[in-house]
Design a protein around this ligand. Structure first.
Ligand SMILES: Cc1cc2nc3c(=O)[nH]c(=O)nc-3n(C[C@H](O)[C@H](O)[C@H](O)COP(=O)(O)OP(=O)(O)OC[C@H]3O[C@@H](n4cnc5c(N)ncnc54)[C@H](O)[C@@H]3O)c2cc1C
Length: 252
């Protein structure tokens, strides 16, 4: 569908887009994504996947990092532009049960976790969020997470905000101090997801991770995004992107 870009806010390499996309907003679940077709000079052939960061009132929000041609073209659009979006796609995070959640996001990986935090809070499930980045600029959606009612802990590798070091440090402190039942959900760079999986094993906590691979069709047809899950190949775009952490074969 063609969605009108209602607003765009840029900060550093990131951009936050609000699109009018009622049909997608109505059906979207946290952890799902949209595939965006870019146009313009040098536009990539394949659509590019972006997590749904918020979906409400007929609007879909995306948080993107401009890293290549496709994302740069998207980040350069102005209000009023028509954006070709396909979605919602993929399988999202588990929403059942009342167990408190610890959400862990690195960089733009925090995007689907805002939607998740909002839905969990609406279900009266306590949410704590651990946001990590290299520096303050990478700590995204802090204010929005607090407004969503989540307890927020930040960490930066340069120590400019919050804990100095990786986001898994304060997460481990939290897991060690309060061994009451929790569930983990994480999205971010591969190394972060692996570290969260290790902590989940150590502290025997169920965890879900949203995997990022290079996607092509986004519809489960081309099998270009397969990963090994419980010894079998599964498609990130169709069977995921959210998988149970202990099922992922990290060394495949
Ligand atoms: C399910 C899913 C959800 C995503 N959600 C978001 C999101 O919310 N916000 C966001 O900014 N990005 C998100 N991404 C990543 C985003 O899709 C890529 O950054 C984008 O496709 C890059 O396209 P490009 O044309 O700008 O860059 P390209 O020119 O295609 O690539 C630029 C550089 O990034 C590398 N690259 C491209 N795609 C990936 C990838 N998926 N993983 C690792 N390296 C890659 C390339 O190898 C190259 O070095 C998501 C990806 C997936 C699979």
């Amino acid at each position: 569908m063609l969605a009108e870009l209602l607003s765009i806010r840029r900060f550093g390499p990131y951009a936050h887009l609000v699109l009018a996309a009622p049909a997608i907003a109505r059906r979207a679940r946290p952890g799902q994504f949209v595939e965006v077709r870019l146009s313009g000079e040098g536009a990539p052939f394949w659509r590019r996947p972006f997590s749904i960061c918020r979906a409400a009132d007929g609007r879909v929000e995306l948080l993107i990092k401009a890293r290549g041609r496709g994302s740069a073209l998207l980040a350069a659009l102005g209000p009023g532009a028509k954006v070709d979006v396909l979605g919602p796609l993929g399988k999202g995070f588990t929403l059942t049960g009342k167990t408190p959640r610890l959400l862990v996001g690195g960089g733009y990986g925090i995007a689907p976790l805002l939607f998740l935090a909002q839905v969990l809070k609406a279900k009266k499930i306590p949410v704590e969020v651990f946001i990590g980045g290299r520096c303050e600029e990478d700590l995204l959606l802090r204010r929005e997470m607090k407004l969503a009612g989540a307890k927020v802990t930040c960490s930066t590798e340069d120590g400019s905000v919050g804990f100095q070091g990786r986001v898994t440090m304060p997460l481990e402190v939290r897991l060690r101090q309060t061994p009451s039942p929790v569930r983990l959900a994480a999205c971010g760079p591969h190394g972060l997801l692996q570290a969260v999986t290790r902590l989940a094993q150590t502290y025997q906590v169920p965890a879900e991770v949203s995997l990022e691979t290079v996607l092509a069709c986004g519809l489960g047809v081309c099998n270009g995004c397969v990963v090994k899950i419980k010894g079998e190949y599964q498609r990130v775009c169709k069977d995921g992107p959210v998988f149970s952490a202990q099922d992922v074969d990290w060394h495949a």
